[in-house]
Design a protein around this ligand. Structure first.
Ligand SMILES: Nc1nc2c(c(=O)[nH]1)N[C@H]1C(S)=C(S)[C@@H](COP(=O)(O)O)O[C@H]1N2
Ligand SMILES: [Mo]
Length: 223
C-alpha cells in the first residue's frame, strides 16, 4: 500500500475501537441471560450505574458551528424540510427526563433533556403511508436505524440541551437524537439528516454485530 493509503492516526485509533467492539459482539460478552421482561428493576440486566456521563464515538467529534448547522428531514414524507438552528429552536420545545443504557454496560439515571419531540417532527414532515423506518445520518458518517413506531414513542426527542446547558460537542451537539427505551447507540449524535424510509437500513453498529432492535430489558445487544 502506498503512503497515501495509510490510515491516519485517528483512523487507526478508530479502527482499533471498532474492531474491539466487533469482537465484543462476536463473543457475546456482557450477556446475562436474565431478561427482565416485566421491567421490575430500574437497572436492566448486565448494567451498572454511573454518575458521570461517559463519551463514546468513532474517534471523530465533528465541530458544527450553529450558523451553518442544518437538519434535513426527508425520504418518505409529504413535507420534506431543511431546518436551520433558529428554525429548529422555534419549534415547540419539550423537557424530558430519561435514563441512558449503553450496551457497554453503563447506565445513567435521570438525564434532563431539552429539545423537539419526535411527535412535533412527525406533525411537521408528515410521513407517507409507505414510511416504516427512521434512519439517522450523522456528521461523522455514523448511521443508525429505528422503526417508525419507536421514533413515535412519547419519550423520543431531538435534544439540544442536557441538564439545562447546551449539549456539548463531545456529546453530539448542536443536536442529537435521544431514544431512551433502546441501548444508547440508537441515539445518534451530531445529526444532519433524518431519513424516513419504506425499507430498513441497518446502521454502523447494526452492520457490525449489534442487534437491529436494541431493547436493554431483553438484552438485545448482539445480532
Ligand atoms: N454520530 C454518532 N452517534 C453516536 C455514536 C457515534 O459514534 N457517532 N456512538 C453511539 C454510541 S455507541 C453511544 S453509547 C452513544 C454515546 O453517547 P455519549 O458519548 O454522549 O455518551 O452515542 C451513540 N451515537
Ligand atoms: Mo455504545
Amino acid at each position: 500500500m502506498s503512503d497515501g493509503e495509510k490510515p491516519s492516526l485517528i483512523g487507526q485509533i478508530k479502527d482499533k475501537l471498532i474492531h474491539s467492539k466487533e469482537r465484543t459482539a462476536a463473543e457475546g460478552r456482557h450477556l446475562t441471560g436474565k431478561a427482565d421482561l416485566r421491567r421490575e428493576n430500574r437497572l436492566p440486566p448486565g448494567q451498572h450505574l454511573v454518575e458521570k456521563w461517559p463519551v463514546l464515538d468513532l474517534g471523530i467529534q465533528p465541530d458544527i458551528p450553529l450558523d451553518t448547522w442544518a437538519l434535513v428531514i426527508d425520504g418518505a414524507v409529504r413535507n420534506p424540510v431543511t431546518l436551520g438552528f433558529d428554525e429548529f429552536m422555534a419549534l415547540p420545545q419539550v423537557h424530558y427526563v430519561s435514563d441512558i443504557h449503553c450496551v457497554t454496560t453503563w447506565s445513567r439515571y435521570d438525564n434532563n433533556w431539552d429539545g423537539v419531540s419526535s411527535q412535533t417532527i412527525l406533525d411537521l414532515v408528515k410521513p407517507t403511508d409507505a414510511a416504516r423506518h427512521v434512519i439517522f445520518h450523522s456528521h461523522d458518517g455514523y448511521t443508525t436505524n429505528i422503526k417508525l413506531e419507536v421514533f413515535a414513542e412519547p419519550d423520543v426527542l431531538l435534544a439540544h440541551a442536557w441538564e439545562g446547558e447546551r449539549l456539548t460537542r463531545e456529546h453530539g451537539g448542536p443536536v442529537r437524537a435521544i431514544v431512551p427505551q433502546w441501548y444508547f447507540w440508537k441515539s445518534a449524535k451530531w445529526i444532519e439528516r433524518i431519513e424516513f424510509s419504506p425499507v430498513d437500513k441497518p446502521g454502523f453498529w447494526e452492520e457490525r454485530g449489534y442487534h437491529n432492535e436494541a431493547d436493554p430489558w431483553t438484552e438485545e445487544r448482539y445480532s
